[in-house]
Design a protein around this ligand. Sequence first.
Ligand SMILES: *Cc1c(COP(=O)(O)O)cnc(C)c1O
Length: 349
Amino acid sequence: MASATLQIDLDAVLANWRVLDALSGAACETAAVVKADAYGLGAARVAQALMRAGVRKFFVALAEEGAALRQGLGEAPEIYVLSGHMAGDTEMIGDLGLTPMLNSLEQVTRHFEALPDTPFGVQLDTGMNRLGMEAGEWAAVAPIVIGAGPKLLMSHLACADEPGHAANAAQLAEFHHLTDGTGVPRSFAATGGILLGRAYTFDLTRPGIGLYGGAPFAAAHPVVRLSLPLVQVREVLAGETVGYGCAWRAAADSRIATVAAGYADGLLRALSGRATLYANGTPCPLVGRVSMDLITVDVTHLGDLPDALDILCPEQGIEALASAAGTIGYEILTALGGRYTRRYGGGTA
Ligand SMILES: *Cc1c(COP(=O)(O)O)cnc(C)c1O
């Protein structure tokens, strides 16, 4: 049986990067965030395409991700590690030339002791209370740390997807307060921050989700198509039920297609009875429960049956599928499982 196919349009990723780069302004460099295997799409392939388009800086969450990316990209690009320099990371950071974004006094001490001559950046907390040094800690060590020549000072916005949220301006003011006059390059904006405008972009922006076609970048080109092959088609008589829990009952004689993907592939069980699949653009309702490896779909109204039904496609992007599941596009993408055949198109620019 053919496995489900995840098509990834690298030209769309590059087009999204170029728009976000233009929005970041001429004086600002635009990096790319490829943590979590480029949000599930394949970090090496995505980053190689972005590198060919001129991207020189990449962000990952973990040193292990940075190590894998270094193998795929070679020595040239800078790879920043958002979790900083954790215990056990020293060898990887040193040997592979990763740049940890130090986020606590403990990490600063660890890095300065273990790898005193290797590059680093610093993460500052401006109100999100997740990662980064707070104002008091920073004040205590800023002269020493800045003297050691950090590559970058950065912070992260908690509410950038809500342009009117008061936290945005408050975090911006705090970031200025912590970093003005340091002379060190600064990075503040991810996708949402870029869309807030030039006051937020500083020297380097760090888009992730916008590259992959997700909100809040509403004008993004869609990047993924996910096609699920039909395993079987059956006639279900009026009154019969389909799937676990007999959760769906046919109101009339129906034709039900069973397609090969389920919640083990990231098609969340919360989509049960709520999602729509598409037969060359024609909507077909998902019926009954999503099971581990299979989904059942009402195709009664179709004339010719296609070989596969799409669950991500131009008619239903990651945000539309996310809202059917009660989640966000980030979770839909990063949940996409390892069983799909990933096919890449474009990306040669
Ligand atoms: C994930 C992440 C990003 C990218 O955010 P998007 O919203 O996907 O653009 C940037 N910076 C940090 C610190 C992150 O954790």
